[in-house]
Design a protein around this ligand. Structure first.
Ligand SMILES: C[C@@]1(CC(=O)O)C2=NC(=C\c3[nH]c(c(CCC(=O)O)c3CC(=O)O)Cc3[nH]c(c(CC(=O)O)c3CCC(=O)O)/C=C3\N/C(=C\2)[C@@H](CCC(=O)O)[C@]3(C)CC(=O)O)/[C@H]1CCC(=O)O
Ligand SMILES: NC(=O)c1ccc[n+]([C@@H]2O[C@H](COP(=O)([O-])OP(=O)(O)OC[C@H]3O[C@@H](n4cnc5c(N)ncnc54)[C@H](O)[C@@H]3O)[C@@H](O)[C@H]2O)c1
Length: 209
């Protein structure tokens, strides 16, 4: 299968997760940074899921699945340990709704990549379902390669780019945007010397006093 990768704005849309085990927890954690309205359908939930429910981050309907649970859901995760239940979820999914089955059976509207998230900086990994174990291993390698400072670095690049676009156009703009990717700036952020990045930028913008 040749999947189409994308980053989706799911804010304020309803996401229904059928099942309350380890895999449901993984899906909920992946959705937590968004403002999706998560509804969990399951007679049982893990301790971590209970913690999210208590914190008001997820709505829990303590029950077995029924087709009406899918009403108005934009995304649906069938993540129970029972193939018959996952089949029933698939059958109840409307053609316009997007379904993901953790058992990779039947209808597959989308699959989930592993995610390394550092603020606005996101790396995703997938083997198109071939080897989730390899996906996880490569995610761990990337998490080490792209440390937490990437959030600050990309935040600086965002701000700097906006300020450059307000001052420069044409070839000058292209030149300064290219200079902005000087590895020295990343190093300064990593060494907690962000004021050096700001001074670098002010000099390029002709703002220095
Ligand atoms: C990335 C990640 C994100 C997430 O789950 O959200 C994810 N699986 C993760 C881990 C993981 N999953 C499994 C293992 C054990 C090792 C192994 O079995 O190989 C490990 C490793 C571990 O946990 O250490 C077992 C497994 N997974 C699937 C099946 C069914 C099947 O293939 O038949 C079975 C067998 C179940 C059984 O035996 O009963 C299916 C899928 N798993 C996917 C995603 C999609 C394709 C991903 C891709 O393109 O590579 C897909 C197709 C559907 C989907 O779920 O979207 C998450 C990364 C965790 C992280 O981020 O750290
Ligand atoms: N995609 C992945 O990353 C991945 C990884 C491991 C396993 N899997 C697959 O996902 C399935 C679930 O794995 P798990 O570790 O979360 O299992 P689990 O046993 O921890 O959890 C299953 C959950 O489904 C709920 N459930 C059972 N019947 C239900 C019903 N009728 N209605 C609503 N909820 C119901 C249970 O109450 C439980 O909370 C596995 O069977 C396997 O096929 C996928």
């Amino acid at each position: 299968m040749n999947y189409f990768p994308l980053l989706m704005n799911i804010d304020y849309k309803k996401v229904v997760i059928v099942g309350g085990g380890h895999v449901a927890r993984q899906k909920v954690e992946a959705l937590l940074p968004t403002k999706a309205q998560m509804v969990l359908i399951s007679p049982t939930v893990t301790e971590t899921l209970q913690h999210f429910i208590d914190g008001g981050l997820v709505t829990w309907k303590e029950k077995v699945f029924e087709p009406a649970d899918l009403d108005n859901a934009a995304l649906i995760f069938a993540v129970t340990n029972d193939k018959k239940v996952n089949n029933a979820v698939e059958e109840a999914t409307q053609h316009w709704q997007m379904l993901s089955r953790a058992d990779a059976k039947g209808r597959v509207d989308f699959i989930n990549p592993a995610v390394v998230r550092r603020g606005d900086f996101i790396v995703t990994v997938s083997t198109s379902g071939a080897s989730p174990g390899l996906t996880r291993r490569i995610k761990m390698d990337l998490a080490e390669q792209f440390g937490n400072h990437y959030a600050q670095y990309v935040s600086f690049l965002k701000d700097a780019r906006q300020r450059i676009l307000q001052v420069y156009t044409g070839a000058e703009k292209t030149q300064i945007l290219a200079e902005l990717l000087d590895p020295q700036l990343l190093q300064w952020v990593e060494q907690n010397e962000k004021q050096k990045c700001e001074a670098w930028l002010q000099q390029r913008l002709g703002e220095q006093q």
